[in-house]
Design a protein around this ligand. Structure first.
Ligand code: CAA
Length: 281
């Protein structure tokens, strides 16, 4: 998600400092951005010079070089509150006081992060969707402490990225995940109950509801580990069964079957085309 956010910001003309935890991850993320830009040039949607300019606006670091002068910092790290708080504490001391902080959290309450910083009034949620370069939506989340100027800055930033914006209240899952996560979890339950095979469930929702991806393909795309973390956080908050991770999802995550990123989830991605892996439930 981080590389996608960096790309859309650079495309909108911003100077971007992208931070990752290691050189390998930086290379992977920048490689993806370069591939996307090359594809746009190939398709005639972008001049080579414009692609070079976009690439040139992104600098990378494994530390915090260049963060001092940033006007806006967006975190897109693991969905773990303690790790996010640790990061914000570090950033609070080194980023200029006027800067706005934003979290790309998909399920944690934004106020829990805002309140841990010295600038709770300058803190918002900016929730992007995967792939961030393609998906139009951006949820802009205002907490009880976010001041109007900060919200306006975040909103104008979203507009400058040419995203479709919605003003979401700071309720776990915001708008999309509150509706989408129970849907994906229910698809796993439908599979557990033998309503249909993996492929049949996906085909049905594509052809019957016109979704671009079936729910189990979408789970592999978002990441089973990520979805489970989101579900656990939402269940913890709302205590409703619809947010509870079904046993199959839990077990697949334990097995390291995270979906596309690990090469296996509901589908096996080792060949030319994904192949459904029936779990023999
Ligand atoms: N990264 C960047 N760009 C990508 C991409 C990726 N991972 N996957 C596809 N694209 C681009 C392609 O390059 C292509 O661009 P061009 O038209 O410029 O060439 C465009 O998207 C369409 O791709 P394809 O023709 O290959 O495939 P498609 O038409 O099936 O579209 C898709 C792919 C956009 C991913 C589409 O399947 C889709 O919309 N799927 C649903 C995605 C979705 O629901 N995302 C939200 C997940 S929930 C979330 O993110 C929030 C959360 O908190 C969990």
């Amino acid at each position: 998600m981080g590389h996608g956010i960096a790309q859309v910001a650079a495309q909108a003309g911003y100077q971007v400092v992208a931070r990752e935890v290691g050189d390998e991850r930086i290379q992977k993320g920048m490689g993806r951005i370069e591939k996307q830009l090359a594809r746009a040039v190939e398709k005639g949607r972008l001049e080579q010079s414009a692609a070079d300019e976009i690439r040139g606006r992104i600098t990378t670091t494994t530390g915090f070089d260049g963060f001092e002068d940033c006007d806006l910092v967006i975190e897109a790290i693991t969905e773990n509150l303690d790790r996010k708080l640790e990061l914000w504490r570090e950033l609070d001391g080194l980023v200029k006081d006027e800067a706005v902080f934003a979290t790309n959290t998909s399920s944690l309450s934004v106020i829990d992060q805002a309140a841990a910083t010295k600038r709770p009034n300058q803190f918002v949620g900016l929730h992007f969707f995967n792939p961030a370069q393609v998906m139009p939506l951006l949820e802009v989340v205002q907490t009880v402490t976010t001041d109007d100027d900060t919200f306006k800055t975040a909103w104008q930033f979203g507009e400058s990225l040419k995203k479709t914006l919605v003003h979401a209240r700071d309720k776990t899952g915001f708008i999309v995940n509150r509706l989408l996560v129970p849907y994906m979890l229910d698809a796993v339950r439908a599979y557990e109950e033998g309503v249909g095979s993996i492929e049949e469930i996906d085909i049905a929702m594509k052809a019957g509801a016109n979704h671009p991806m079936g729910p189990l393909t979408l789970l592999d795309f978002v990441g089973l580990d990520t979805t489970k973390s989101i579900a656990d956080i939402m269940f913890d908050e709302y205590r409703e069964r619809r947010f509870a991770a079904p046993p199959t999802l839990r077990k697949m995550v334990s097995a390291g079957w995270y979906g596309r990123k690990s090469g296996r989830g509901f589908y096996d991605y080792s060949g030319d085309a994904p192949v459904a892996v029936e779990l023999g439930l």
